[in-house]
Design a protein around this ligand. Structure first.
Ligand code: CP
Length: 330
């Protein structure tokens, strides 16, 4: 929200309401999200669908700093930075001085001293990216690549772009988000983005032990049985059981979870015939999704990964573009 006196209470926006960091989908306007999606679309070559290489970040340095494991997010940020012609530094946290007790902020400040212009950060603690954004120099941008169970905004927006490519009108959509919602930063970021884009039928499905309280407050419809919730939906999003964030036994077994909540062929037949199946990855086949559904005709799981490159190019180029504009004005 922008204040009448030009201040903003959203730390990812400058006083003009433009992105300077990218920390959360919560608080982003429809216009900002649409601008990010449109920018991402513009990187696709219309003739063959390839992603163009552009010089937008030439001379800039991007550091990928991942304190948690990642395949898709880290690699797509790296590919995206290279497609924008940036120099890329990937910090291997397992062999970095973090293991000798260096603090998060000292690590970031040392990398910043190497003239890094942008950090993409994944951290097991909620709020880590926000904390870093408070400590970097004014010309440096921070992109949240997933913090604890809090937010994963680039995943949510690549999911929105994937949905938009198949179903352009969010207002008419029914979207089912299924599984471990309690520990899911992806679900939280998706719900904010879907609501902002006008989606009114967001169905959240999972066992009671994996559903946060008060989900209805976020404008969602909550179900603990999967079959009735899938009736007539346009989009099905399966989520992984995030065992690394579970401290108690919250489900009887993975086999039981698959029986009650796994997306299988007979269940997806309850949705609209042209419904799409999504998963942010990593997928656990036979736990939240059957292999034939993950690989089936309705699955757009690998398209999500491809779209992720363009979406991350958009986020990085918009943040650093806004920085340059502000520097040019001062
Ligand atoms: N979707 C996602 O965040 O995957 P990774 O953990 O592989 O980055």
């Amino acid at each position: 929200m922008i204040h009448p006196f030009g201040q903003t209470d959203n730390p990812q926006l400058n006083t003009d309401g433009e992105l300077q960091h990218f920390l959360d989908t919560d608080g982003l306007s429809k216009a900002t999200i649409t601008h990010i999606l449109d920018t991402a679309d513009s990187f696709f070559n219309p003739t063959d669908g390839s992603i163009r290489k552009v010089p937008l970040l030439r001379g800039k340095a991007v550091a990928n700093v991942f304190f948690e494991s990642s395949t898709r997010t880290r690699s797509t940020f790296e590919v995206a930075a290279k497609r924008l012609s940036a120099d890329v530094l990937n910090l291997d946290v397992s062999t970095s001085a973090t293991s000798k007790g260096e603090s998060l902020i000292d690590t970031i400040k040392n990398l910043q001293a190497m003239q890094v212009d942008m950090f993409t950060v994944r951290h097991q603690d909620s709020g880590a990216a926000h904390l870093i954004a408070q400590h970097v120099a004014p010309h440096v941008s921070v992109i949240n690549a997933g913090d604890g169970r809090h937010a994963h905004p680039s995943q949510a927006l690549l999911d929105m772009l994937t949905i938009r490519r198949h179903k352009p009108n969010f207002e008419n959509l029914s979207v089912a988000i299924i599984g471990d919602i309690l520990h899911s930063r992806v679900a939280r970021s998706q719900i904010h983005a879907l609501r902002t884009l006008g989606c009114e039928d967001i169905r959240i499905i999972g066992p009671k032990t994996l559903l946060p309280k008060h989900l209805e407050k976020f404008g969602t419809h909550v179900y603990d049985a999967l079959d009735p919730a899938l009736e007539g939906v346009d989009v099905m999003i399966a989520l992984r059981l995030q065992k690394e964030r579970m401290h108690d036994a919250l489900i009887p077994s993975e086999r039981e979870f698959f029986k009650e909540y796994g997306l299988n062929a007979s269940r997806i037949a309850l949705a609209k015939p042209d419904a799409i199946v999504m998963h942010p990855g990593p997928t656990n086949r036979g736990v939240e999704i059957a292999p034939d559904v993950a690989d089936g005709e309705q699955s757009v799981i690998l398209e999500q990964v491809n779209v992720g490159v363009a979406l991350r190019m958009a986020v990085m180029s918009i943040c650093l573009g806004n920085r340059q504009k502000t520097e040019g004005q001062s």
